[in-house]
Ligand binder design. Sequence first.
Ligand code: NDP
Length: 244
Amino acid sequence: MYDFKGQTAIVTGGVRGIGKSIVEGFLRAGARVIIASNEAATEQFKQDTSEFAENIDIQICDVSKYEEVEKFFEYIDKKYEGLEILVNNAGIRKDAVLAMMKESEWHDVLNVNLSGIFYMCKFAVMSLMRKRYGRIISITSPSGKYGFEGQANYAASKAGLVALTKSLSKEVARRGITVNCVSPGFIATELIQDLPNELRDSYTAQVPLKRFGKPEEVAACVLFLASKEASYVNGSTLEVTGGL
Ligand code: NDP
């Protein structure tokens, strides 16, 4: 649908789940994709993307570690002529009711889901500003808008990244860079595969479309915001929730 030939996109956590679908979408549309991943690519990932192998570069990088993100961008600066797109997809959940939440569960989630996005944006923006063009898309969640029981840490991180997005969108707009969020509803990935059946059924009942979404349905919205066609969308959140 979109043409990303000649463009370079970074996708964090892109070897499975929603991130993998985003990577596949970019590859099919002609982009080169650099993945910042905690883990090496699985055999399944290699098989599914083999057709585009020369356009994929997977770098091990924990986005919650400032030094690792700094090294990741040093590598990109040396190897490539800048980039056009950053997709902040990596995210984790460590659910617990607040009174029982361990300090580490609070910090781990905030470190990956919010500080990680700050680190990635900080370095990416320097590169995008040189080109006077860029697209930054971060994956938030309805949890950040409504709050869900047992997700004080996750909800705070996802609300925080929306606020980060709005502020950054105002700082860099005059350099031709747009900054937006996509907010997926319940999407069938490993992130939520531990949900008990009763909870899964009750969540499904709340969705007007009466089903969980697919990773590729989220990827389609990310690709739109990353495209040249989305040139006047800035500081916004696109909800992909089946009407939740
Ligand atoms: P998955 O758990 O399937 O995938 C998350 C990916 O992020 C994994 O590849 C994971 O790698 C990577 N990751 C986690 N921590 C880090 C880190 N510190 N550095 C680099 N990579 C990391 O999740 P989804 O695909 O479901 O979720 C993708 C995004 O969408 C997340 O931000 C999530 O919060 C958001 N989201 C998901 C929803 C859903 O229903 N699935 C709903 C709303 C939002 P590894 O496991 O090896 O660490």
